[in-house]
Structures are given as structure tokens and as C-alpha cells.
Write a protein that binds this ligand. Structure first.
Ligand SMILES: C[S@@+](CC[C@H](N)C(=O)[O-])C[C@H]1O[C@@H](n2cnc3c(N)ncnc32)[C@H](O)[C@@H]1O
Length: 262
């Protein structure tokens, strides 16, 4: 047993060097952990090259706030390559009243730019627009419900979704949308209607209460003379309170884009 020495500040530091090192180590680790959290919780939209020539702003994916793992990045990059290859190879094969590429890109941009995740499509056909929508949803962590009444087209769409690598993002239903749309629970934040035109207004009325504020309702083939169903549909859109509508998309077909503001 040695002689007791007075506990000076200097000695305290020296005798507790081990403890001090430990405390410092823990503090450093905590600092690093907090730092990483702070960085990860503000994961910004990322820029990535998407459809040829388009720089995507990628909304934080599901589980936003966590650093996207290298694995996830790799999987997303592989998916991008697969979808792009499928779209390139099938460019001249769409002949079932499918949307032109320009309109597919518009749907893609709307979803990615706004970070939409709960999408509904009425009128799948063989799946061209659904592929653009689902590709965008693969970035936002969302999913698409798409409805088709024709069994042959529905089955071809399933094959296309598989080939494009997007089946996991699509819930394809073989059904009459007249019955299914009113029965779907929602909510939705993105809707694309591209089926029987004379039913557009009814689809809109059935969907509007299930559309989230900030959500977007789009419809295809809205350019042309304002007569018949088109006149009725556009008048309903334009007279709906808290709905902002404009016509965008291809010159041949056109897409109405309506945002629900309240
Ligand atoms: C213009 S095409 C859709 C094209 C598709 N959006 C694309 O880009 O690939 C319209 C589709 O709506 C389907 N359709 C028409 N009436 C329907 C209904 N009542 N319920 C479900 N699908 C319907 C048709 O069979 C047709 O395949």
C-alpha cells in the first residue's frame, strides 16, 4: 500500500487516463453516430441518369432517412438498365392503343418530381404507360394498381412487366373498371385514366374523394374538338373547386394534368 497522495487536478487526469480515453472514445463514437444520422436524415433528392437524356431527381425512397445501401443502389441501377433495354427494344412494338413515349415520360416525371407512391391506372392494355409509371414508382418506393378488361392484353401486360423487371411494383387486375374503380379503397396520390372515354367523368367522380390533397389526376387523349365526352369531361375538371388543370403531353394525344389543392 503506497502513501496516499493529495488528489491534484494533474494527478486526477493522469490516474484516470484510461477512463478518460474510454470516455473520449465513446464521445467520438456518439459524435460520429449523430453525424451520420444527421446526414442520413437529410438524404436529399439524388440526381441520377434515368430515361435516355433525362436527369432524374430521385425522391428519397422508402425508408427515407437511412443512407441508401450500396446494395440498394446496385439493384436500382440494374433495374434501370433492364427497363431501359426493354423500352428500347419494344419501342416499335406497341400497337394496342398504347401511349406514345412522350406521354409515358410525362407520367414518369410527374411521379418522380412529386414523390408519389400510391398510383392507379385505368386501362392497362399491354402495359406501356404502366411500365413508365412503375419505373417511376421504383424510385419513390411506391406501387401501381392497374386495371384491364381484356384478358389477352392483360396477359401480355403481365409478360411485359416481367420482362421489364417491374412486376414487384405492379398489382395488375383483370376487371371491369366500372365496377372496380368505385370499390377500390384508396387513397391514391397519382391516377392515370386511359380506358373508355365516355366513362372518364364517372371515373373522375369516383376517384376524386380518394385522391390525396396534393395528388394528381391525369387522363389521356384530351386534345381535339371539345365535343361529346371530351367537352363534358373537361368542363367537369375545370369547374371542380380546388383542382388546377392544364393540358400537357404529346400534340397528338395530350394528357390532362389536374392537381388537387384542397
Ligand atoms: C388506350 S388503351 C390503354 C393503353 C395503355 N394505357 C398503354 O399505354 O399501354 C385502353 C384500354 O382500356 C381497356 N378498357 C376499356 N374499357 C375498360 C373497362 N371498362 N375496364 C377496364 N379496362 C377497360 C381497353 O381494353 C384497352 O386495352
Amino acid at each position: 500500500m503506497g502513501r496516499k497522495r493529495p488528489l491534484t487536478h494533474h494527478r486526477l487526469l493522469r490516474d484516470n487516463r484510461g477512463a478518460a480515453v474510454a470516455v473520449f472514445g465513446i464521445g467520438a463514437l456518439a459524435f460520429l453516430a449523430l453525424g451520420v444520422r444527421a446526414v442520413s436524415s437529410s438524404v436529399p433528392a439524388q440526381e441520377r441518369v434515368g430515361p435516355a437524356g433525362v436527369t432524374e431527381v430521385v425522391a428519397p425512397e422508402e425508408g427515407a432517412g437511412q443512407m441508401p445501401g450500396a446494395q440498394d443502389r446496385l439493384a436500382q441501377d440494374e433495374l434501370d438498365v433492364r427497363v431501359r433495354r426493354f423500352l428500347d427494344e419494344s419501342r416499335r412494338r406497341w400497337r394496342d392503343q398504347n401511349v406514345p413515349e412522350e406521354d409515358g415520360r410525362l407520367l414518369y416525371d410527374l411521379i418522380v418530381d412529386h414523390g408519389y407512391t400510391r398510383a392507379l391506372e385505368v386501362g392497362t392494355s399491354t402495359g406501356h404507360s404502366a411500365i413508365w409509371i412503375a419505373w417511376a414508382l421504383s424510385k419513390t418506393g411506391g406501387k401501381l394498381i392497374t386495371i384491364e378488361i381484356d384478358e389477352g392484353r392483360y396477359r401480355q401486360a403481365l409478360r411485359n412487366f416481367e420482362e421489364a423487371g417491374l412486376s414487384d411494383y405492379i398489382d395488375a387486375r383483370l376487371a371491369n373498371a366500372h365496377d372496380l374503380v368505385p370499390a377500390l379503397e384508396g387513397p391514391f396520390d397519382f391516377v392515370f385514366v386511359d380506358a373508355d372515354k365516355d366513362w372518364y367523368t364517372r371515373y373522375f367522380r369516383a376517384i376524386l374523394p380518394k385522391l390525396e390533397v396534393g395528388g394528381c389526376f391525369t387522363a389521356h387523349n384530351v386534345r381535339g374538338r371539345r365535343t361529346g365526352w371530351l367537352r363534358e369531361f373537361l368542363e367537369v375538371l375545370e369547374s371542380t373547386p380546388n383542382l388546377e388543370t392544364e393540358i400537357r403531353g404529346s400534340r397528338r394525344s395530350g394528357v390532362s394534368v389536374s392537381f388537387k389543392r384542397g
